[in-house]
Design a protein around this ligand. Structure first.
Ligand code: SF4
Length: 80
């Protein structure tokens, strides 16, 4: 259950929405725009760098216990 301690400890979940935003957590806010780097293979290095940097920002847990459900009202938007 998502409220269990350590539920997120081994999380490797990432989603990319239909509009090209990278979501680091199903209960996160916003998203990292990737769309501008998806148009050309020549941008692959920059795309990888942005994703790698973003992964460094991924929180180690959700914030449901603090009442923050992020974008869950719109999970269907990111395929969740
Ligand atoms: S709540 Fe977020 S960090 Fe936790 S397992 Fe789900 S996607 Fe991963």
């Amino acid at each position: 259950m998502p409220y269990e301690k350590d539920f997120c400890a081994s999380c490797n979940r990432l989603r990319v929405s239909a509009i090209g935003n990278l979501h680091l957590c199903l209960f996160g806010d916003g998203g990292v725009p990737l769309r501008d780097l998806l148009a050309s293979d020549a941008q692959q290095d920059e795309l990888q760098a942005r994703i790698a940097y973003s992964l460094g920002q991924k929180k180690q847990t959700h914030f449901l216990h603090q009442g923050n459900t992020g974008i869950t009202q719109n999970l269907s938007f990111i395929g969740g």
